[in-house]
Design a protein around this ligand. Structure first.
Ligand SMILES: *Cc1c(COP(=O)(O)O)cnc(C)c1O
Length: 365
């Protein structure tokens, strides 16, 4: 972590990279997030800790699009990643670097999916992982940690409480603290979503990207990707509007955005079916709000009823088994189209951040 208390951010020598690399080199490499190694904190000698994550499909969703009034809606389906969510990207890059650096043990507080991913990739790397997870997290996330041999601590409270206990454990036992934005690798790993969203349609950027926001890492990361690509001159035209979507039962970023505040305040009584969005005071709130503002985006919330409805509609119209978080982002397209924030012909990308299969309790509804 930065001694100043703020997030640690990776910077690259983009001027040098522009002279040495053209984007066509990536297409010659295997379809993996590690194909972007020059834009990641890696060297040619780095050996990825991998389970086959990344390079997920960018799927056209014409029928859901028509339902929302959009002619060009695409869904980036992160549900096909190992451990069923995009958290695999941060964990894969994180453990690749931690193994290189010789880390002995890692601790992570989580709303659920990050704990599952980090325990799993910890097993892959051979590095013990300690996870602090709220009792209300989905049972499947606790089972994932146990399956991977991680040390699971079930916390009476929310992710904010888990964060305090993880910090204490890191200090007392000397674990590497992998909390959101306290290390730079999770952002860089998740940044590959943005690089793929640009590369997959032929280095063309969408008009808008909708992201279900918990800690905010994915949104901050994709915005970083788009800005780096622009600075490299590998993409043209305006950068996408970054749209932060939250659940009505826990929407601190949306509230701050509506009130014009630079940072969020703690959301009391947080509760939503989209457990990955149940983050009452996101550590990345400032950077998320900054990305939303700079990009000309918005922050909106949707109800749990709309989330569950969108899960069903995505399944029926597109054959996509979305997580409630991804369904939240999809649901938001409907109101944003009505409000004119999204244009009928805009190229719009919705992040389905995880697989609905991890939420059998919601699929059964
Ligand atoms: C963690 C998570 C999110 C939120 O991600 P942040 O980068 O923390 O905002 C969204 N969806 C799913 C499925 C998640 O696991």
């Amino acid at each position: 972590m930065c001694p100043c208390g703020g997030p640690l951010v990776t910077r690259y020598d983009l001027d040098r990279l522009r002279r040495e690399v053209t984007p066509s080199v990536f297409a010659q490499r295997p379809p993996s997030m590690f194909r972007y190694r020059e834009l990641l904190p890696l060297t040619e000698k780095s050996e990825p800790v991998t389970l086959g994550e990344g390079f997920t499909p960018l799927l056209p969703a014409p029928r859901f699009g028509a339902h929302a009034g959009l002619r060009n809606l695409w869904i980036k389906d992160e549900g096909v990643n190992p451990t069923g969510t995009f958290k695999a990207r941060g964990a894969a890059l994180g453990f690749t670097r931690l193994k290189e650096l010789g880390a002995r043990a890692v601790v992570i507080p989580t709303a659920g999916n990050a704990g599952g991913a980090w325990a799993t990739y910890g097993a892959r790397a051979g590095i013990p992982t300690v996870v602090y997870m709220p009792a209300i997290a989905p049972e499947i996330n606790k089972a994932e940690v146990r399956m991977a041999g991680g040390e699971l601590h079930v916390v009476d409270g929310l992710i904010s409480d888990a964060g305090r206990l993880a910090l204490q454990a890191a200090r007392e036992k000397g674990y590497f603290d992998a909390s959101t934005l306290k290390e730079p690798f999770r952002v860089e790993g998740k940044k590959t979503m943005g690089l793929e969203i640009a590369e997959q349609p032929g280095w063309r950027l969408p008009a808008a990207v909708l992201y279900p926001t918990g800690g905010g890492v994915g949104l901050i990361a994709m915005w970083k990707a788009f800005r780096e690509l622009k600075e490299l001159g590998w993409v043209e035209g305006p950068l996408p509007k970054m749209i932060s979507v939250q659940a009505e039962g826990c929407a601190p970023v949306v509230r701050a955005w509506q009130e014009g505040q630079p940072e969020s305040t703690f959301w009391e009584g947080a509760a939503t079916v989209a457990s990955g969005l149940c983050v009452p005071k996101p550590l990345g709130d400032r950077l998320t709000l900054q990305a939303v503002r700079e990009s000309g985006g918005v922050a909106v919330s949707v109800s749990d009823a709309d989330i569950v409805n969108a899960m069903k509609t995505l399944g029926r119209l597109e054959g996509i088994v979305a997580s409630p978080e991804g369904a939240a982002a999809a649901a938001a397209t409907i109101t944003l189209r009505q409000q004119g924030v999204l244009g009928e012909d805009d190229l719009v990308v919705v992040l389905n951040t995880g697989s609905g299969l991890k939420y059998p309790h919601l699929m059964a509804e």
